[in-house]
Design a protein around this ligand. Structure first.
Ligand SMILES: Cc1cc2nc3c(=O)[nH]c(=O)nc-3n(C[C@H](O)[C@H](O)[C@H](O)COP(=O)(O)OP(=O)(O)OC[C@H]3O[C@@H](n4cnc5c(N)ncnc54)[C@H](O)[C@@H]3O)c2cc1C
Length: 384
């Protein structure tokens, strides 16, 4: 798949890798495990100029590119997962504006996001609505020049540090009682409050929100009333494959660490890589990583070329790459023996960091539902 990337994409990848190596690696060491976005990380990401591929050129970006989002996430996640999360959230919380924003909304918000001057987030999940997005209970009642929003949100990444976000709420219409709409919300608005900071098994800025009588001006309605569900799904379609890319970056680091450790560690008078059981683990990891890379890049290329089945390939890439990365990292822990479960070792950290990727932006099971539905629909169309 790599031979299908343009020279510009490969140059961009080299920039991302250099940034991860020269800037993020020392920053990760300095900051350690974190549950917010410290100023140093905010500034580093802003100055890297890597937010560009998340936004169109007309609004301060470098032109939206799924391939480049994936390349950036692959490079960052293997070195410093919190940087990858913040980067991804600028996409999740910015792409809905690219897709559905009015000219005024785009002019007002996108250049700020593209430059990294503001951080954003994506508020969809609720205590009662996880995989089943249609079960949203947060409501936005039409009050003329504004909406009044009440409800709760849970598992919102970047939620503590974000300056703004995209919020999805039910806007019941007489003919569509279950309509969901999207809104641009800003932290400065009274009523959008962090209820609880959630403690994950690995570094992550993640919170639950309580939304109480939040007045959102009508100018902040994103897209048409009732257009929220489709907008959320379109956004996840693009970003899902990039979760696969992040997993790929983590798996690659696990392989690199395992190659190094298995040659240095001596047992029974020889490096443990001389045991075929160890060498085969390395081979299995390499095969899974190459397969995942192929699927992720294919999904991204399809998205950028406007292929009709891009969403199907996005789910395949997310499912395979996150599951494969988990298997690779588990093998890496095994190769490291006791060191692998020692708090603070790289593979131990990766073991905790990879786990949530099989859950967020649609669990592995939900990806299977999407993939199977696509197959059945295609089969039905063939029979027509
Ligand atoms: C680290 C992290 C970051 C997140 N960031 C965000 C964010 O920024 N914004 C946001 O809105 N949300 C975010 N989420 C929420 C995330 O998208 C949800 O956790 C996810 O969609 C699953 O929902 P749930 O946790 O309620 O699990 P549930 O939906 O309750 O699922 C529980 C289990 O049931 C299975 N299941 C459910 N329905 C089906 C079905 N139809 N068929 C088969 N199996 C099924 C699931 O696969 C899973 O195994 C984040 C979550 C995590 C863990």
């Amino acid at each position: 798949m790599e031979h299908l990337l343009s020279k510009e994409d490969l140059d961009f990848r080299a920039r991302c890798q250099a940034y991860a190596r020269d800037e993020l690696r020392p920053l990760a060491k300095q900051l350690g495990e974190i549950d917010d976005v410290p100023e140093a990380l905010r500034t580093s990401l802003r100055d890297s100029g890597l937010y560009g591929p998340l936004y169109p050129k007309a609004f301060g970006g470098q032109g939206l590119s799924a391939v480049r989002i994936c390349l950036a996430r692959e490079a960052m996640a293997g070195v410093f997962a919190p940087a990858d999360t913040t980067y991804a959230m600028q996409g999740l919380g910015g792409y809905p504006i690219v897709l559905a924003g009015s000219e005024e909304q785009k002019q007002r918000f996108l250049p700020e996001l593209a430059a990294g001057r503001r951080l954003t987030t994506f508020c969809l999940t609720e205590p009662e609505a996880g995989s089943d997005v249609s079960a949203l209970q947060t409501t936005a009642m039409d009050a003329g020049d504004h909406f009044v929003v009440n409800g709760r949100k849970r598992f919102i990444s970047n939620g503590f540090s974000a300056d703004m976000g995209i919020l999805f709420a039910r806007t019941p219409l007489a003919d569509k009682p279950n309509a969901i709409s999207a809104f641009i919300v800003e932290k400065s608005m009274a009523g959008w409050n962090v209820d609880k900071r959630l403690a994950l098994m690995a570094s992550h800025d993640i919170v639950a929100f309580e939304i109480k009588d939040l007045r959102v001006p009508r100018t902040h309605l994103l897209g048409p009333v009732g257009g929220g569900f489709k907008l959320a799904m379109q956004t996840l379609d693009l970003m899902r494959m990039s979760v696969g890319a992040a997993a790929l970056g983590m798996a690659q680091t696990a392989l690199t660490e395992s190659l190094r450790y298995s040659q240095a560690r001596v047992q029974f008078g020889q490096p443990i890589v001389a045991f075929q059981s160890t060498a085969f683990k390395l081979a299995d990891m390499a095969v899974e990583i190459e397969a995942a890379r192929g699927l992720v890049y294919r999904a991204a290329l399809k998205k950028d070329r406007g292929a009709a089945d891009a969403s199907y390939h996005s789910s395949i890439a997310k499912l395979y790459a996150t599951e494969a990365a988990f298997r690779c990292i588990d093998q890496a822990v095994q190769i490291h023996g006791g060191v692998g479960v020692l708090r603070g070792s790289t593979v131990e950290r990766l073991y905790r960091e990879i786990r949530p990727l099989r859950v967020y932006e649609g669990t592995t099971e939900i990806q299977k539902v999407i993939i199977a539905n696509h197959l059945l629909k295609a089969e039905k169309q063939k029979r027509k």
